[in-house]
Design a protein around this ligand. Structure first.
Ligand code: ATP
Ligand code: MG
Length: 609
């Protein structure tokens, strides 16, 4: 989070505002105080000067209006000098007496005695005499570098005529000095009180900003998922209540966060443990979530898939846009089959929508439908095989029966052979139907094995002998049977059928003068039976298909031999029912070997004696 700049922080702002306010208040008070003080001090000074001047004026007036022709008094100038020299005051610099014709009659200043008798050039004196009023002013004396107060008072005789004037200069600088000193004290006071208020201000501001920065830190911590912090509650004021509300908010957030998290965990674990693939997209159709099953089904990695358009992930970009997929009501089959391996997924779509109808995204559930499709395909193939297998003998029979019906029955040479054909075809059909019934019973697990303990070498040999006696071809049988007894628990009828079929196959495909070898070995808890011939063999690619229903490597030849293609399929089911396995190894043109295993128990010596 961004750090608050020093001058932007509330703390500093608060203190600054506080200082400003105090400063303005003090300034106003100080200004008012200083002005009042100056005025009062000046007034006091003027009053004291005037009071003293009144006394002087009185004496001067007495002298000036005195009738000097009759008395032996000294001349006016002398008398006035006497009056002025008798007056002594610290503040008063000089007193001059000037007559109505502006002539200086006397001065109290010893150094200025030369001015006596001269005309006063002072402007204030003229004004006072002409206007007959007191004139008062403060002038700056540049020579002494101090302020001087000038007080000019007209002197009137008994007829109220101006006979002269009293010109007084007084040293007012002391008053200004005093004002300065007081101002300095005031400024000092302001400085001290400002310092104190700054300190107090900082502390007061802290009481506001501490909870705020506390909350800020907590909000930052919360953003990083840490809900353990709590804001300290300093008091029960608005800040305190805000802090309490903030802590409450933290708790609520923590709770809702933990419920959301646990819901998410639940959802994630549900998604991850689903065998079906789930993909969800955002409203633009880009993949936002995909579970491992879906990744496995699509054979992709998460990085490759996330944020990519769903249609291209499913390989549907040619036929569907995202808008089309939203409209899909049914599921879509995705065929990823290769030539050899069938692989079909079924995608079901559901749209996540708000109440307003606004599409939030799409959820796609993928289901591996390969097995189902395979079963369906096999079923279809099976039905078509069965119908084909039945139709061929039936059409053959019909044509022969037609021929017989059309008169061939009368022909003694043809009729019996025609009837034989219909007979063999009927037998073939019966065999086929019987085989199918056997398979169907095994598929529905209805049948039970009637097992008994037999010695396998003996059992096997008796079947081989039966073939050896009845065979019509020139084929040599070679036995590779062990001398020891091997006891197995088998259903002898069913095992006979299995071995019969394998041997009859070997004979069917053996060339004249070829060998058929029979072998039995043990390995662990199994016996392994081997029947091998020198026949035409089976193409490598089809070796394992010979156990499929109706599979015949060479259809025409097999049919000619009367085979249905179900023999090995039945054998396989039976061997599996006995807990064994069956497989074939073959090389085209060289021969075929069929192996099968059966579980057996090694018997203690002498147990069967
Ligand atoms: P059925 O056994 O029902 O009379 P069939 O022999 O044709 O008919 P299977 O025994 O299931 O059917 O054999 C399936 C196919 O496997 C045969 O048609 C044949 O093409 C091939 N096959 C089986 N055994 C051999 C073998 N020993 N040599 C060569 N091909 C074989
Ligand atoms: Mg067969």
């Amino acid at each position: 989070m961004q750090k608050v700049g020093f001058f932007r922080s509330i703390h500093v702002k608060f203190v600054l505002i506080y200082i400003m306010l105090i400063l303005v208040a003090m300034q106003i008070i100080g200004l008012y105080f200083a002005r009042e003080l100056e005025q009062t001090l000046k007034d006091n000074f003027t009053t004291s000067v005037r009071d003293r001047m009144n006394l002087v004026e009185f004496s001067v007036r007495e002298e000036m209006i005195k009738d000097r022709s009759t008395t032996d008094d000294p001349p006016l100038e002398q008398s006035l000098w006497n009056v002025l020299s008798g007056f002594n005051s610290e503040d008063i610099n000089e007193i001059r007496v000037i007559d109505a014709k502006y002539r200086i009659l006397a001065t109290s200043e010893l150094g200025n005695q030369s001015l006596v008798g001269q005309r006063s050039m002072e402007d204030s004196v003229r004004r006072s005499i002409s206007s007959e009023t007191v004139y008062e002013n403060i002038n700056y004396d540049p020579t002494k570098r101090e302020r001087v107060m000038v007080l000019v008072t007209p002197i009137k005789n008994n007829n109220l005529e101006v006979v002269g004037t009293l010109y007084v200069t007084a040293n007012i600088e002391k008053v200004f000095k005093q004002i300065n000193e007081i101002n300095q004290i005031l400024a000092g006071g302001v400085a001290v009180s400002l310092t104190i208020t700054i300190i107090i201000g900082i502390f007061i501001a802290r009481t506001f900003t501490r909870p705020i920065s506390d909350m800020r830190r907590q909000a930052q911590a919360m953003a990083q998922g840490n809900f353990s912090r709590k804001v300290h509650v300093y008091g029960n004021d608005e800040m305190g209540q805000l802090a309490i509300a903030f802590n409450h908010l933290t708790n609520q957030l923590q709770e809702s966060q933990s419920t959301t998290e646990s819901e998410q965990r639940k959802l994630a674990s549900v998604l991850e443990n689903m065998t079906d693939g789930v993909i969800s997209t955002d409203r633009k159709g880009r993949v936002s979530l995909i579970n491992d099953s879906a990744l496995m089904m699509l054979r992709m990695t998460r990085d490759l898939v996330l944020n990519r358009p769903i249609a291209s992930i499913l390989g549907l970009e040619q036929e569907y846009t995202f808008e089309d997929l939203i409209q899909v009501k049914d599921s879509i089959a995705l065929d990823f089959s290769t030539e050899k391996v069938p692989y079909i997924l079924r995608a079901t779509f559901s749209v996540t929508q708000r109440e307003t109808g606004f599409v939030n995204g799409l959820i796609v559930v993928l289901h591996d439908n390969t097995e189902q499709e395979k079963i369906d395909m096999e079923r279809r193939e099976f039905v078509s095989n069965v119908s084909h297998e039945l139709r061929t003998p039936l059409t053959t029979m019909r044509s022969y029966l037609d021929a017989l019906a059309e008169g061939a029955w009368k022909n003694e040479e043809i009729a019996p052979s025609f009837l034989r054909v219909t007979q063999t075809e009927t037998e073939r059909m019966i065999r086929l139907v019987n085989d199918l019934l056997k398979l169907s019973r095994m598929d529905s697990k209805e049948y039970e094995l009637n097992t008994e303990w037999v010695e396998f070498n003996h059992f096997f040999n008796s079947i081989i002998e039966r073939f050896e006696f009845s065979k019509s071809q020139n084929v040599h049988f070679k036995r590779l049977l062990p001398s020891e007894d091997l006891f197995v628990e088998i259903d002898t009828d069913k095992m006979t059928q299995v071995i019969d079929n394998i041997i009859s196959n070997a004979l069917k495909y053996s060339p004249d003068g070829g060998d058929v070898r029979f072998g039995v070995t043990t390995s662990g808890t199994f016996i392994k039976v081997m029947i091998s011939d020198d026949g035409m063999g089976i193409p490598q690619a089809n070796v394992n298909r010979i156990f499929d229903r109706f599979y015949r490597a060479d259809r025409a030849r097999s049919r000619a031999m009367g085979g249905t293609g179900l023999g090995l399929a039945i054998a396989k089911e039976m061997i599996i029912a006995h807990g064994g396995e069956i497989w074939a190894e073959s090389e085209e043109g060289k021969g075929t070997t069929i192996f099968f295993t059966l579980p057996f128990e090694q018997q203690e010596e002498g147990e069967w004696d």
